[in-house]
Design a protein around this ligand. Sequence first.
Ligand code: HEC
Length: 99
Amino acid sequence: MKKSSKIILSVLVVAVVLFGTYRIVNKAPSTSLDSNAQMAEIIESSGCMACHTANPQLPFYANFPFAGKLVKEDIRLAYRSFDMDPMMEALKKGKKSVK
Ligand code: HEC
């Protein structure tokens, strides 16, 4: 095989693997759930709550000297601008709005 076709082939293989991973990781919630439960599932699986809440579950690297500072600053800013806890509570209780 020529060198250029090997490169093209490897790019294709990588693209297919990435596409497959994306399809496996990003699944739409089951349509048998009501719309609130679907929304809650999307938010939970997207990791939004890692930053947009007062008491997030910190990742293991949150206590590392340099990375930890960045993580905590992200959480501080995210929580200050948008606390998602009330929204999650409302979704779980099946309410349409926080108020
Ligand atoms: C790694 C931490 C992190 C994660 C995870 C994260 N965010 Fe954020 N988000 C931030 C930060 C930091 C800000 C505020 C940036 C600023 O104030 O400059 C922000 C801002 C926002 C804002 C804007 C609020 C405003 O008043 O302008 C919305 C909306 C938002 N995020 C929604 C989401 C959603 C939905 C998800 C999940 C899909 C998510 N975020 C995941 C860190 C995060």
